[in-house]
Design a protein around this ligand. Structure first.
Ligand code: ADP
Length: 258
């Protein structure tokens, strides 16, 4: 509570009492805390690759005699870390754009078969690079209203995660179905699974079950925060079920008319 007080004084300047105003600032404080956390997280996430880029570049400059093999190794790290920085900045900009432009979705009639075509080609390629089976069960002729580019990002982010968190030779599934009111998109994998206590938190910005693993696969920790935001702007819902060591399944439901 924030308390503001003022004395009550009558005509002859006698103190008659006091007025205290209690202002409930719980929400304000929470938003402020979240903003501080976010800034701290962003700074930390930016600092890690920058420190590494700087360190390896300095070593390369100082050690003129370094063997070609070492040079190549260091330059590879520098390249990888700059790519991470680029993805991070890209995802941060996406997130802030979505937050700012909530009302400016570019909504169209989406014909699912056609809309998914380019994502499917991309995913097929990525899955086969990792020897994963990619199984599609897409009900034909579904159409609904939504922002095709943003929703494509939802499917791609979920599919990228499915691929990233599933070991070689596993399977990933993409299902699209509908009922009278909703389109239902399911992305399932036979991957590492998500511990129960983490299942709600994975949608928070920068939350990762295993920070090192996520970094190694090029993850920024923002993918699911972006996904959730886009789904909610479409008045939809997202949920996850998972079994450790067996796999995870993300279910997105978008109302057909909203
Ligand atoms: P990241 O860039 O780290 O993948 P996300 O926001 O996409 O960030 O996901 C947050 C965290 O949720 C990941 O770091 C990972 O721990 C977990 N996660 C997401 N998708 C899956 C999945 N399909 N299988 C297992 N864990 C997952």
């Amino acid at each position: 509570f924030e308390v503001v007080g003022a004395p009550v004084i009558n005509d002859v300047k006698e103190l008659k009492g006091a007025v205290l105003v209690f202002h409930d600032i719980t929400d304000l404080k929470r938003v402020e805390e979240m903003r501080k956390d976010f800034v701290a997280n962003v700074s930390h996430e930016l600092k890690t690759p920058i420190t590494s880029i700087r360190g390896f570049a300095e070593t390369l400059l100082e050690d003129e005699m370094a063997e070609d093999e070492i040079k190549e190794q260091f330059l590879t790290i520098i390249l990888k870390e700059s790519t991470r920085l680029q993805s991070l900045v890209h995802d941060l900009l996406e997130l802030s754009k979505i937050e700012k432009e909530e009302m400016k979705l570019s909504t169209k009639l989406i014909e699912v078969d056609e809309w998914l075509q380019s994502s499917l080609t991309l995913m097929e390629q990525q899955a086969s690079n990792k020897s994963l089976q990619f199984i599609k069960e897409i009900k034909p002729n579904i159409s609904f209203h939504g922002d095709p580019d943003r929703l494509q990002q939802v499917v791609l982010n979920l599919m990228y995660n499915a691929i990233n968190y599933t070991a070689e030779e596993g399977s990933i599934f993409l299902r699209v179905d509908e009922n009278d009111n909703e389109v239902i998109i399911e992305v399932e994998d036979t991957g590492i699974g998500i511990p129960e206590e983490a299942r709600q938190r994975i949608f928070e910005r920068f939350y990762r079950v295993d920070r090192a693993r996520s970094r190694n696969t090029g993850g920024t920790g923002l993918g699911l925060a972006i996904v959730k935001h886009i789904v909610e702007v479409h008045q939809g819902t997202i949920s996850v079920s998972s079994e450790m060591g067996k796999g995870s399944c993300f279910i997105v439901k978008i109302p057909k008319k909203w």
